[in-house]
Every structure is written in C-alpha cells, then in structure tokens.
Ligand binder design. Structure first.
Ligand code: PMP
Length: 461
C-alpha cells in the first residue's frame, strides 16, 4: 500500500487530491489551475501549510474552532472515551454517559426552558431533524396542516435536501431539485444591499412584517415554524437592524408559530453571549447547534428543544435518528470543549477584550478607499468592497469579482478571510488576543491595498 503523508512534496499531494478528492463548495476551474492549498497542522489561531507557511485563521476553520487549534485536553478526552466506550447508540431505550452529560450541560447553558437535546452530527442534519420535529409536533397536536416552514432568502441552514431547502441560496436551489415542498422564503433584513432610502430601523420593521404578510397569505393554520439565523453567516455576516428581531418575536407569538433560531454559528460565544438568542433577546422554541459545540474537533450538532415541544414529542415514538446521534466520542469532546469555554472565561473574553479591540481595528478599515459598511457583532464581522464610497455602489464587473480577488490577496498574505460576493467576512477563533488581532488586521490591510491596486490595473475600478 502506498503511504501518503505530510512528507510528500506539495505538488504530489495536489495531484492526488485532484485525481481522487471531490471538494465541497469549490470553484473547480480555479482549483484545477493552481491546486489546493494543503493545511498540515495548526496551533492556537495559526495554520501551517505543506510549504511550511504560517497563516492566521480569520475564519476559525468554518466558523467553528472557537477554542483555537491544538487543545491537548480535547485529544485526551477523545482518547479516554475511545478506550472506555468508542461507540454505542441511543436508540431503542439505551443511553450512555457522554450523551446524558452533554444533554444536561447544554440544558444548563441554553436560555429559557430549552432543556432537551436531540443529537445529530452536523448543522445540516440537525435542521433536517427540525423539519420533521416541527411537523410531527403539530400533527400530534391535531394540526397536521400546520406544516409550512417559513425561512429567508440568502439564509443558510446546511447542504442536505431538507436543510438546503430551508436555506435561501438560489445557487444551491438550482442544483438537485430544491426546495422540497412546504418551505417558503421571505426577504432578508439586509439593509445595506436592499434598504433603499429607508432608515435601517424602518427597513428592519418592514422586513420583519414580511413574515406577518406571508403568514396571513398562507393562513396561520398552515404555518408551523419560522427559521432564521440570529445573524446571517454564510449570507455575508448580515446583522439585522435593531427593530427586526423584536418585531419577529411579536409576530411568531401572535400567530402561534414555532421560532427556530439556527445558532450553528452564533452559538457558544460567537456574539459575546453563549447564544445569539441572548444577544438579540429572542425566545426560540428550538435552537440548532453544531460547530462551536465541539469547536469543530468532532462532528456533532443537535436540536435544543423547549419543554412544551419536548413534552408533545414524548407522547409518541419519533421515527427519526442517526447512527451517530449523541456519538460518545463526539459528546465527550464537546463536553470538554464546553468546560474549556466556561473555565477559561472565553465568552467574557469575547465580550470584554477581543470584541472591543477588534471593533476598533475593524471599523477603522472603513477608511480604506475600497471599503465601507464595516459590521461586527462579537467576533463575526463583514465589510463591503466598493468601487466608489458613500453610495452603496456595486462593481460593474460581475458580483464577487472584487471579493474573489481580495480573498486571493488575503490567502497570498497568509490571512484566511472569506468573501461572499463582494463582502469580506471574518469569524476568528474566540481565543484570539489583541496582538493576534493586530496581525490579522495588518495582513488584511496589505491584502486590501494589493486588491485595490489589482482592481485598478485590471480596469475594474
Ligand atoms: N446552519 C448554519 C447557520 C450554518 O452556518 C451552517 C454551516 N455553515 C449549517 C447550518 C450547516 O452545518 P453543517 O455544515 O455542520 O451541516
């Protein structure tokens, strides 16, 4: 058997990658031209690639490595659990200690009466669970027709058939026959892109009331739930105007609609509280969790359910479950991760240290000739790239061209930032220190300067 290790030359690894590995969400033509950047190890907020370069990770992997890389405690927790009980399921009236302990811990941390957890291995799976859970709940209450779920355009809830249907990404719906029936989308609260002449507050109210209009159009007796991310993440870190969430809450309460907060990104400290629902003062009946639950060290997610929904679901067998629901190794690692977040005061670090410092440096990027609309909540931020300032202007070249160029300049300068069309976004590990924030922003500034020059040279400005 051929041994493939870190010690092979990058070109050989890239050739094998191209020959055998089908990549998720990747521009395949660009990948074919230059080959993948191969990450070999990581520590703290830094990644190392196969050429020995060190990158600062402004995205915490995919918004998930909240406690930073290289935590020996998490490796030890996994090793201990693998030796003691590497696998058992939680079907058919069995359970095990890691799943019990993790469910109880999440119930402690989650706001209100969100006291019950149905485990999955990812955010996508958890949102698929939510679709079935909501419909089953209403059926058990004698209202099976309350099956429609309302979600939002440019929302992201995962990549499986159900979760991608909940999502409002047209580029995803174009592939594979989505959305599935019974899911309808309303407009998003993205003031910068769609707010026109309204103030953000007026616009926030208008976009929240789109939910009420949709409920009235369909009939409240047909609508089971509304799902949304407290802050849209993959859609471009869109922080809704302050008027949005209070109005949404009023509407779901009035029409007896379940509120699902998709906290896959915003959970576990990202917004400066344990959950985004606390930051935005909302009271969901169900929260989707994943990513930061284990800081990405193990694939685990879940649906955190309130007392009432759990009580109704418990009156019948819920014919749903994954082989890895509550996987003991993933659960043990998640539990240890939550201990680290709590004992090291990582949520407080975000709120009191990292956010205030990043806010200063992030908003100062608004002085750059290419940048406006700097947004930041906790440690998730975005900015708009613009050809001219002060007009919320768009580039004449196709949407995303400037973003892609800037992202490439970031990568070349050893800082990982992502682009969503022409918005640049960050979501660094929550343990990032002020001096590391300086390195992140200094490199991002060089990348912006280079992108600006390249856009000018290419006649795109
Ligand atoms: N919901 C949200 C808000 C997400 O950001 C994501 C992933 N980016 C998901 C769900 C899907 O999670 P996963 O990729 O673990 O399936």
């Amino acid at each position: 058997m051929r041994t493939i290790t870190n010690h092979l030359p990058t070109s050989e690894l890239q050739a094998l990658d191209a020959a055998h590995h089908v990549h998720p969400f990747t521009q395949n033509d660009a990948l074919a031209k230059k080959g993948a950047r191969i990450i070999t190890r990581a520590k703290g907020v830094y990644l190392t690639d196969s050429e020995g370069e060190t990158l600062i990770d402004g995205m915490a992997g995919l918004w998930c490595v909240n406690v930073g890389y290289g935590r020996k405690e998490l490796a030890d927790a996994a090793a201990r659990q693998i030796e003691e009980l590497p696998y058992y399921n939680t079907f058919f009236q069995t359970s095990h200690v890691p799943a019990i302990a993790l469910a109880a811990r999440i119930a402690d941390l989650a706001p209100g009466d969100l006291n019950h957890v149905f485990f999955a291995s990812s955010g996508s799976e958890a949102n698929d669970t939510n679709i079935r859970l909501v419909r089953h709940y209403w059926a058990l209450k004698g209202k099976p027709e309350k099956s429609v779920i309302i979600s939002r355009k440019n929302g992201y809830h995962g990549s499986s058939m159900g979760s991608a249907s909940l999502g409002g990404m047209t580029s995803m719906h174009e592939q594979g026959g989505l959305p599935i029936p019974g899911i309808v989308h309303i407009d998003q609260p993205h003031w910068y892109a769609e707010g026109g002449d309204m103030t953000p507050e007026e616009f926030g109210l208008q976009r929240a009331r789109a939910l009420e209009e949709k409920i009235l159009e369909l009939g409240a007796d047909r609508v089971g739930a509304f799902i949304a991310e407290p802050v849209q993440g993959a859609g471009g870190v869109i922080i809704p105007p302050s008027t949005y969430w209070p109005e949404i809450q009023r509407i779901v309460d009035k029409y007896d609609i379940l509120l699902i907060a998709d906290e896959v990104i915003t959970g576990f400290g990202r917004t400066g509280n344990w959950f985004g629902s606390q930051t935005f003062a909302i009271k969901p009946h169900i929260m989707t969790i994943a990513k930061g639950l284990s800081s990405g060290y193990q694939p685990i997610g879940g649906s955190v359910v309130c007392d009432e929904v759990a009580a109704v679901i418990a009156t019948d067998e819920f014919n749903h479950g994954y082989t890895y629901s509550g996987h003991p190794v993933a659960a043990a690692v998640a539990l240890e991760n939550l201990r680290i977040i709590e004992e090291e005061g990582i949520v407080e670090h975000v709120r009191d240290v990292a956010h205030p410092y990043l806010a200063e440096r992030w908003h100062a990027l608004g002085d750059h000739p290419l940048v406006e609309d700097t947004q930041l909540v906790g440690l998730m931020g975005s900015l708009a790239l613009v050809p001219v300032k002060g007009e919320r202007a768009k580039f004449a070249a196709g949407a995303g061209t400037a973003g892609y160029i800037t992202r490439e300049r970031c990568f070349a300068n050893n800082v990982v930032m992502r682009h969503v069309y022409d918005r640049m976004i960050i979501s660094p590990p929550l343990v990032i220190t002020p001096s590391e924030i300086d390195i992140l922003i200094d490199r991002a500034t060089v990348a912006l300067d280079e992108a600006y020059k390249q856009l000018k040279d290419d006649g795109l400005l």
